[in-house]
Design a protein around this ligand. Sequence first.
Ligand code: ZN
Length: 241
Amino acid sequence: MVGLFGDYSRLFRLFHVINIVGARVVSISTFASVIRKFVWGDNPENEVNSKKRKKTDSFDEKESMFVAETDSLLDLFPEIRKEGSEVFNSFHNFSVSCGNPMATILVTKQESCRMCKKPLLLDPNTHVVVIYDEQRGTYLGSRVTKNCNSCKVHEQYGYWTCKGKRHFEIDCLENDFLLSSEDTALGMSLIRQCANLLIVGAVPFSTYSKSYNRRFGYHGNVNEAGSSFANEKLWLKRKRR
Ligand SMILES: [Zn+2]
């Protein structure tokens, strides 16, 4: 019988589920059956029928095997147990240390020039962007420009420029981020939350920003404990600009 280890697509589905629910949940009997069937790509109706047939919540053979294989997998690769936020911070700090922040990369989906329809060229020079995010706080990412050198069209994430004039894409507010300047991006969820609180008159912007800084442990002085910036030199350099 082919189990988890013999099927990469099952392994990937299990990784996705662990990423959503956490590694500990897989061995809880109430959830293991549903997770196994999702990982195997089974029909959810079978799950409902098997629940009706089952009189106890004990594991059947397939589930026991699945839980045992998952335990072995987690023992072999303890990295899988890491929370999503831990992996994000680790990758963010690593990319910043490499001098190429890439925890979030802001690049347009546009593939061809709006004028001449020829393929756009990716600018190899990326630009560091400070990102303000409702869930993750402030961190560093990069933005990438795509160009049509014939038409002088420069495509950014959410907008494009032509002859020095900026044009916002009609659906730019549907994106996850808004490039508010060349080196700053705001998470749309943060903007919506802030706008909502301002409109109902709950807090002035200064109070909201203080609350944001307090929540993520930013104290104004990046040398104080609590700053999430792995590369303070980079941050200080940017602050002086
Ligand atoms: Zn063009």
